[in-house]
Design a protein around this ligand. Structure first.
Ligand code: AMP
Length: 189
């Protein structure tokens, strides 16, 4: 099972990815988690990415494509994977197509988790409170920036994957277990 979870910040991609990891026994591949780990460990990648992530911009396509390409080569990704937060630009989606083509594998589905902006702001502020401010980019100002980046750079992926017949949209405003049920039904179709 090879899946992409697409959706704005706070839509529930990470939450659903973790549930699907358990259900399908395949790893979650979150570029945001990988970048945050690199930032915390102050690796060269982390030092390069920190200011960009903190202000809510996108890290360069070349950098994230490199991260994903390396991660997809790992043995645990052989049975499948759940991409959470990648691709975020058309250039990343095209790079992913090439990576998968080189491996001779195909995506099964792209799940778009839809949510309205006010609810996203509410959820992310809640996440910031619960995490004790662990994420420098979880505050209202940076979130609004990330939502703008999503509409400008990531939303075009909806049409990209729809044209390929891979897109399935789900209502991310529903309770977590209902969203999971709809995703599973869409995947198992
Ligand atoms: P996320 O945890 O997916 O919300 O990602 C947090 C931040 O990491 C984003 O706001 C970006 O700065 C960076 N990031 C994560 N994934 C990508 C990506 N695919 N392309 C560029 N930047 C990314």
């Amino acid at each position: 099972m090879r899946l992409i979870l697409l959706g704005p910040p706070g839509a529930g991609k990470g939450t659903q990815a973790k549930i699907l990891v358990e259900a399908y026994g395949i790893p979650q591949l979150s570029t945001g988690d990988i970048l945050r780990a690199a930032i915390a460990a102050k690796t060269p990648l982390g030092l390069e990415a920190k200011a960009i992530v903190d202000r809510g911009d996108l890290v360069s396509d070349a950098v994230v494509n490199g991260i994903v390409s390396e991660r997809l080569d790992a043995d645990d990704c052989k049975p499948g994977f759940i991409l959470d937060g990648f691709p975020r630009t058309i250039a990343q989606a095209e790079a992913l197509d090439r990576m998968l083509q080189d491996k001779g594998v195909k995506l099964d589905a792209v799940i778009e988790i839809k949510a309205d902006a006010d609810e996203l702001v509410r959820r992310v502020i809640q996440r910031a409170k619960e995490s004790g401010g662990a994420r420098a980019d979880d505050n209202e100002e940076v979130l609004r920036k990330r939502l703008g980046v999503y509409s400008d750079q990531t939303a075009p992926l909806v049409a990209y994957y729809s044209q390929k017949g891979l897109l399935k949209a789900v209502d991310g405003m529903a309770p977590v277990d209902e969203v999971t049920a709809v995703i599973k039904a869409a995947i198992d179709q």
